[in-house]
Ligand binder design. Structure first.
Ligand SMILES: Nc1nc2c(ncn2[C@@H]2O[C@H](COP(=O)(O)OP(=O)(O)OP(=O)(O)O)[C@@H](O)[C@H]2O)c(=O)[nH]1
Ligand SMILES: [Mg+2]
Length: 385
């Protein structure tokens, strides 16, 4: 088989040489750039195109040729019309594949640029983590701020390791949480703990969970006081729990009854005070509540809020309850919230440390003392967090 090579400065010139030497039927077998001959050219790294071609190789063209027209309507081909040059069939796939890979690169670059353009403050390697935080209900400004802080902490070798990044993010969130943990009892001393908050958040149920755990599991002496005298049903709700757990319970109807009620409970180690749910907008009732708690000399006042409420509601409610003087935050109904990310900015903005979390209606099981590492996992939606 006769195979010949042709060299020229450009591919067009080289192909023109092939056609003039071998004719239009010649098939191009290979084209490549090669160093130009001569010392001077080599020193200057000049290249030229080398085309290898043969007349004996028949390569079917990949370009669809039009079907020949029926004989009756066929116009005679002009005598000088040259057949389509064979080299097209070789060159096209090469050209196409180069263009395709260029297109791929361009699309990838545009995609990265558009992601960065959408949220320019988010470092690109942390973009997936950022969108995950949004999926976990973290508000965008808080998610941005978190990944920016993470980016400052991350050593460059960890920037592309999702596992290490997640570990650091977890520790970062954990370090931002303020946690008081559970009620600490000291033997021989009475601790008075009150729960306050809006209506229906789970104060009475949580009192029952705490009372049952301290009494039945930790074998401490516990007494209950309710200042919720507005609704008979509310008093009966707590009385039922008191009877089941076998605890003393006293109803306080006016501020003057608080001191006698505490005296009546005697030397119990833990007094739990249940209060009526108050509308955060009712300032008179909030001040009244404060007066009750001052008379009780409460050591701990836990503001109870439902985790299923939105961040603004939680912050607004907490601000209004400030007058009552809470020193702990207790979050209920974690089980009802689809995701918990919205709680992170709330927990950061409120000065109150977290005491307990509740995640269901079951007394006494659905309650945990707050722990920063576990809560960080819950806020980030980690498995088994
Ligand atoms: N899903 C879920 N429900 C809860 C949780 N805690 C309490 N509940 C339910 O919430 C409802 C209200 O609970 P309560 O304990 O009566 O709430 P409260 O704050 O005492 O209500 P008021 O006294 O009316 O202000 C009840 O149906 C409870 O079973 C929780 O952690 N998760
Ligand atoms: Mg209640």
């Amino acid at each position: 088989m006769e195979v010949r090579t042709f060299r020229a400065a450009t591919i067009q010139e080289a192909l023109a040489l092939v056609r003039s030497e071998l004719g239009p039927e010649a098939a191009v077998l290979q084209t490549r750039h090669v160093p130009r001959r001569g010392l001077w050219n080599r020193l200057r790294r000049r290249t030229e195109v080398e085309v290898t071609a043969s007349l004996q190789v028949k390569v079917p063209s990949r370009v669809n040729r039009p079907e020949p027209a029926p004989a009756s309507v066929a116009a005679p081909a002009p005598a000088e019309a040259a057949p389509a040059p064979r080299w097209e069939s070789q060159e096209l796939p090469r050209v196409l594949s180069t263009q395709l890979s260029q297109l791929e690169e361009m699309v990838a670059r545009l995609y990265q640029e558009s992601r960065a353009a959408r949220v320019p403050e988010v470092p690109e390697p942390l973009f997936d983590l950022f969108t995950e935080l949004l999926d976990r209900d973290l508000p965008e400004p808080a998610a941005k701020q978190l990944v920016q802080q993470l980016a400052q902490q991350l050593p460059p070798e960890e920037l592309h390791d999702p596992l290490l990044m997640r570990g650091r993010l977890h520790r970062l969130v954990e370090s931002r949480l303020k946690v008081a943990g559970p009620i600490q009892l000291v033997s021989g001393q009475r601790r008075v703990v009150a729960l306050v908050g809006p209506t229906g958040v789970g104060k009475t149920t949580t009192i029952a969970k705490l009372a049952a755990n301290f009494r039945l599991r930790q074998r401490r002496s516990v007494g209950l006081i309710t200042v919720d005298t507005y609704r008979i049903a509310a008093v009966e709700q707590l009385r039922t729990y008191a009877q089941i757990i076998d605890l003393p319970m006293v109803v306080v109807g006016s501020p003057g009854e608080m001191a006698p009620a505490l005296a009546q409970l005697g030397q119990v180690e833990l007094v739990l005070i249940d209060t009526a749910g108050r509308s955060p907008r009712d300032e008179v009732k909030l001040h009244e509540l404060k007066a009750f708690l001052a008379l009780a000399q409460a050591d701990e006042v836990h503001l109870v809020l439902s985790a299923s409420a939105g961040a603004n509601t939680l912050l607004g409610t907490a601000r209004r309850f400030d007058v009552v003087g809470p020193n702990r935050l207790l979050l209920t109904k974690l089980d009802e919230a689809a995701a918990l990310g919205h709680l992170l900015p709330v927990l950061e903005q409120l000065p109150l440390p977290l005491s307990y979390l509740t995640d269901g209606q079951n007394v006494p099981d659905d309650i945990q003392a707050a722990r920063a590492d576990r809560l960080a996992g819950q806020l980030l939606g980690e498995q088994n967090g």
